[in-house]
Design a protein around this ligand. Structure first.
Ligand SMILES: NC(=O)c1ccc[n+]([C@@H]2O[C@H](COP(=O)([O-])OP(=O)(O)OC[C@H]3O[C@@H](n4cnc5c(N)ncnc54)[C@H](OP(=O)(O)O)[C@@H]3O)[C@@H](O)[C@H]2O)c1
Length: 348
């Protein structure tokens, strides 16, 4: 699908961007991949790392309508990953989140429409589902902006999206925190041991986005099914694989946090299609006021629950260990940890 095509990845220097671009360059033969982001250092590092003439780097900001309009010229497929995604910064500066996640998305979609792009996939998060913080609220609006465009009768572009929960080992998430705590001999801190989290490796998130680009129809949002675990079991699995005895400390619930992640609401379940690995949530309402006021779908029933980290398949501690051991970052950390082990044993 990507052979001889031009792809644009907003936020292409981020975790998703790196992994997607590595895969796209090795498994496909795109004409060009445009990496669109603000910081020149990240782009410089990426240019040196890949040294691939199919990559082109554009410094820009999705908040700047004219600039993204210019960058979109000749593009076939857009992956919109640029976002402000930290809960506290969006909470403290909500208008910054609006500027990037809402208005920035509007600019990206407008530019795609203007230049006759074939398809756009936007990346969303569990935090956009029943959102309780400004990050989630702005990502929820990003989804709505995408859906509204998908239902426009004038639209020539196919607009779809994906939602996924915390990616394992992503920056600021709990697994790298546990690694740091283990390395510095501190107890692993949990907010609530019964909190559950879906455990999705980044490679699976990339596969989900690629699947959406390849198979998504107008207004589809895709959710990858994943396995889950309580944070208690996750912490125990980390201690086991590092053969560490740091112990566990409960620090209480932090601001902006949910007990369980939700990826599909009960309301969305009534119109979601289930596949072996995915849910597809289709947009069923088009621009029809009747469907909101006077007309229902006879066969549709309210579902009693959505898809959450609580009702996804729960892994045992042993299974979490296996999943963790499959992560390249954990493998690297374990190699370093084991090489320091004799010194640590002697010191003890
Ligand atoms: N990581 C997760 O756990 C997770 C989970 C669910 C959903 N997602 C979604 O997946 C997407 C990608 O996440 P990620 O983990 O790759 O994020 P990331 O590592 O933080 O990367 C974000 C990227 O966006 C760029 N960016 C930020 N603001 C921008 C702006 N105004 N204009 C242009 N570029 C901008 C950043 O580069 P510069 O700073 O140089 O501009 C960077 O390249 C996001 O939309 C996120 O909401 C992520």
């Amino acid at each position: 699908m990507f052979d001889r095509k031009t792809l644009l990845v907003t936020g292409g220097t981020g975790s998703f961007g790196h992994n997607f671009i590595r895969l796209a360059l090795s498994q496909h033969d795109p004409e060009r991949i445009i990496v669109y982001s603000r910081d020149e250092k990240k782009q410089h590092d990426m240019r040196l790392k890949y040294q691939d003439e199919r990559l082109s780097f554009v410094i820009g900001n999705v908040r700047d309508r004219n600039h993204i309009m210019e960058a979109m010229r000749g593009v076939h497929y857009v992956f919109h990953a640029a976002a402000l995604k930290q809960v506290p910064s969006c909470e403290f500066f909500p208008m910054e989140a609006v500027q990037t996640n809402v208005i920035g998305t509007h600019h990206v979609l407008e530019a795609a429409e203007h230049h006759g792009v074939e398809k756009v996939v936007v990346l969303s998060t569990d935090k956009a589902v029943y959102p309780i913080n400004a990050m989630g609220q702005t990502k929820a609006l990003m989804e709505k902006i995408t859906l509204a465009r998908s239902q426009s009768p004038q639209s020539t572009v196919t607009y779809c999206g994906v939602r996924y929960g915390n990616v394992m080992y992503s920056r600021g998430s709990v697994i790298p925190l546990f690694v740091d705590q283990i390395k510095s001999g501190k107890p692993l801190t949990l907010t609530d041991p019964d909190m559950t989290r879906l455990l999705l490796p980044l490679s699976e998130a990339v596969r989900l986005v690629t699947f959406a680009m390849q198979h998504g129809e107008q207004g589809d949002f895709f959710v990858r099914k994943a396995t889950a675990a309580t944070v208690r079991d996750l912490a125990q699995a980390m201690l086991n694989i590092f053969d560490a005895d740091n112990g566990i400390e409960i620090i209480g619930v932090r601001a902006g946090e949910k007990l369980h992640e939700m990826l599909v609401t009960a309301e969305e379940f009534t119109r979601a299609q289930e596949f072996e690995e995915y849910y597809r949530i289709s947009c069923k309402h088009d621009r029809n006021y009747e469907q909101f006021f006077t007309r229902g779908i006879e066969s549709a029933k309210f579902a009693s629950e959505g898809y959450t980290s609580e009702n996804a398949r729960q892994l045992s501690v042993r299974e979490v260990e296996q999943l963790l051991l499959g992560l390249p970052q954990i493998q690297d950390e374990l190699t370093q940890w084991q090489s320091r082990r004799p010194a640590r044993k002697q010191a003890a």
